[in-house]
Write a new protein. Structure first.
Length: 443
């Protein structure tokens, strides 16, 4: 099939796409919930006797195209499709430009859009067949939740959005889950990436130092060998002169001078040998330190993976609980006011409900992402204690909160993670102190 696009049309597509004009992800997300109903009711109502069929990607609302392309196709697959569409541009475009071109093409239902539809169906064929067994909305939701817990997000996302029985509420649910998953993954990886960068910098410094040591050792050996060769030549010349002039009156004096020179050079050689041995020993120590650093980095990566799994397991357990009372029935805050700074926005409502059931009050600040940082002093003055998750708060916000709490004489508690389990565990451990603070404030 002959490509229908030109380099000029690609430039127009890139320039007209909302992502190229700074449109925020949150605005796009809000547009999905306003437009999804039109996607599901976009065509005339089917006759009762018609068998529902799966939707094509161009049948979905345009605000869903970005998340489908970014979630359900890899960059390599997308680049291969664009290369078929227009070969000269396939290897020159950046990942973001590829993404923008693909999203724009879906609005025109052109050759590239049809190729993307085929690629998505082929890549996720197994999951599509599994979702085809769903005969009701409840079955569809159950299959989505099962795939989400198993981590098979791309295939399940495509299968759920294009399923014949998908409704407005199902689209809202699956898009919301995918949207929040990106926040969770980003927050969990920040600490690991920061530590990994530190280890890489330390490794680079050690390798540079080791290279300098090798260069110094090599130069010392070369200088020593050169000196030995010069002395050997001088000694050979003196011996020849001694043989040729046995009766020369100055022969004994020259030989004595030569012996003294040889003795000095031997001392210099001994010192250079000792310096070389020290350099080799230092080289071995640096090599061992570098190996230990590599092992420590590997261990930290494994620990980060385990911690992420623990967080996901804990969140799953809370989500599966029958009621919030089961988590807070043994917790009594006696009217204490809790300040929670940072964390994940989608957990605040549930955290507020848990604290209110435990006879407490929650006030929240996002750490300066959308709310102003100058609101923190007033919130600290109203609170009995402050809590913040160390993995989901900016470094500046954490330092500001600690300083304000110290100035106001309020206690602050750093949490290991932004999970509900960490917060509830901290509240139970500090329950007596919060109760005393609350009674003292009331008096």
């Amino acid at each position: 099939m002959k490509p229908v696009a030109t380099a000029k049309s690609w430039e127009l597509a890139i320039g007209s796409h909302p992502h190229m004009h700074g449109l925020s992800g949150s605005a796009t997300a809000l547009g999905i919930f306003d437009k999804t109903h039109r996607v599901l009711a976009g065509g005339p109502a089917a006759a009762p006797t018609e068998v529902p069929t799966r939707r094509k990607i161009w049948d979905l609302d345009g605000s869903l195209h970005c998340s489908v392309i970014g979630t359900c196709l890899t960059t390599g697959e997308l680049r291969g499709l664009v290369r078929k569409f227009h070969a000269p541009l396939g290897d020159k475009l950046s990942d973001h430009e590829l993404h923008t071109i693909a999203v724009s093409a879906l609005n025109h239902r052109d050759f590239l859009a049809k190729q993307i539809q085929k690629a998505l169906d082929h890549r996720h064929a197994a999951c599509i067949r599994q979702f085809a067994k769903a005969d009701s909305i409840d079955d569809l939701r159950a299959l989505w939740n099962e795939a989400r817990h198993a981590g098979d997000i791309p295939a399940a996302y495509w299968a759920a959005l294009t399923h014949p029985r998908t409704t407005d509420s199902v689209v809202r649910q699956v898009f919301g889950d995918v949207h929040m998953l990106s926040h969770l993954v980003g927050a969990a990886n920040r600490a690991d990436i920061r530590r990994l960068h530190q280890l890489e910098e330390e490794k680079a410094s050690l390798e540079d130092k080791l290279a300098r040591q090798h260069a110094q050792l090599r130069d010392g050996i070369i200088a020593r060998d050169t000196k030995i060769n010069e002395l050997t030549a001088v000694l050979s010349a003196q011996i020849e002169r001694k043989t040729d002039a046995q009766t020369a009156p100055a022969a004994d004096s020259e030989i004595g001078t030569l012996h003294a020179l040889v003795a000095d050079l031997r001392k210099l050689l001994d010192r250079e040998t000792q310096r070389r041995e020290r350099a080799e020993k230092r080289n071995e120590e640096l090599t061992a330190t570098n190996a230990r650093t590599e092992r420590a980095r590997s261990i930290l990566e494994e620990e980060a993976t385990v911690l992420r799994a623990e967080i996901e397991a804990a969140e799953t357990q809370f989500a599966a609980a029958d009621s919030d009372e089961a988590l807070s029935d043994d917790l009594n805050l006696a009217g204490a006011t809790i300040l929670y700074v940072g964390g994940r926005p989608h957990q605040i409502a549930r955290l507020r409900s848990l604290i209110e059931q435990a006879s407490g009050q929650l006030i929240h600040h996002d750490g300066g992402i959308e709310e102003r940082a100058d609101l923190l002093p007033g919130l600290v003055s109203r609170a009995d204690a402050a809590f913040f998750p160390v993995d989901c708060i900016s470094h500046r916000a954490a330092l500001t909160l600690k300083r304000l709490c110290q100035q106001a004489g309020k206690s602050y508690v750093p949490l290991r993670s932004a999970s509900l389990a960490s917060m509830i565990r901290a509240l139970r451990n500090d329950e007596g102190g919060l109760t005393a603070l609350s009674r003292s404030a009331a008096e």
